[in-house]
Design a protein around this ligand. Structure first.
Ligand SMILES: Nc1ncnc2c1ncn2[C@@H]1O[C@H](COP(=O)(O)OP(=O)(O)OP(=O)(O)O)[C@@H](O)[C@H]1O
Ligand SMILES: [Mg+2]
Length: 226
């Protein structure tokens, strides 16, 4: 079964003259283990789509099924649980908690569930991301690339089956961007995680197996890269 199925998703913002149709009937299926890029002009609805898939925003109409479950049926408690465990969200501006150390930022999703850190998994992730020496630092003491690695570690701590990244390299230079994408590809290969990345960077889109193009809230292209 596909890991993600989106049916006729619609989302509007505002009213009257200021009404914006952010999503205008989006249908989409993504199989487990795919690495998908979403591209399209600014304001075309990419972030809106990702936020709805990740359960941080809700649609006006339509359905999102993750692993066959309709996430609109979740209670707020189930949704919070879903957001922490099933999906990993990565943003352009990292969204780290400034007064927590790197270690505590990464462990935050576990702590919110009163869970214990699996030290082996934790070590594997931070080693792969190259941030072992920064665990006791605070986010402000890190470079942008390092902060993004911490945000990725946090999103991976529950080994989510679906990783959603909204312009994860939007703030990084070319070298760091390439490394972040290599890391995402590594986890895609080794952990069979499904990864959806919004990007404006054509070279990143070319790294994906599949590229979906959104214009004016509609999918206008869906192609497999060679
Ligand atoms: N909270 C909101 N309130 C009002 N309008 C919104 C809100 N969020 C998004 N929009 C509008 O919905 C449309 C789609 O926005 P969205 O953020 O999904 O675009 P995007 O494709 O991610 O653009 P970008 O590439 O610039 O990030 C835009 O016209 C935007 O102005
Ligand atoms: Mg956006």
């Amino acid at each position: 079964m596909e890991i993600l199925k989106v049916e006729n998703l619609r989302k509007e913002y505002g009213e009257g003259n200021s009404k914006v149709i952010a999503l205008d009937g989006v249908n989409l299926e993504i199989e487990r283990g795919e690495f998908v890029a979403i591209v399209g002009p600014s304001g075309s609805g990419k972030s809106t789509l990702l936020h709805i898939i990740g359960g941080v925003d809700s649609p006006d109409d339509g359905k999102v099924y993750i692993d066959g479950n309709d996430i609109s049926k979740y209670s707020s408690k189930e949704l919070a649980y879903f957001r922490r465990r099933k999906v990993g969200l990565i943003y352009q501006f990292y969204n780290l908690i400034p007064n927590l150390t790197v270690r505590h930022n990464i462990e935050l999703p576990l702590k919110l569930d009163k869970g214990k850190t699996n030290q082996d998994e934790f070590s594997d992730i931070v080693k792969k991301l190259g941030i072992e020496s920064k665990l006791n630092s605070f986010p402000s003491e890190l470079s942008g690339g390092q902060q993004q690695r911490v945000a990725i570690a946090r999103s991976l701590i529950y080994s989510p089956s679906l990783v959603l990244a909204d312009e994860p390299t939007g703030n990084l230079d070319r070298e760091n961007s390439r490394e972040i994408i290599e890391i995402l590809k590594y986890f895609n290969r080794t952990l069979k995680q499904t990864i959806i990345v919004i990007t404006h960077d054509e070279s990143i889109a070319l790294e994906a197996e599949r590229v979906i193009t959104i214009v004016d809230g509609k999918i206008v292209g869906d192609e497999n890269n060679e």
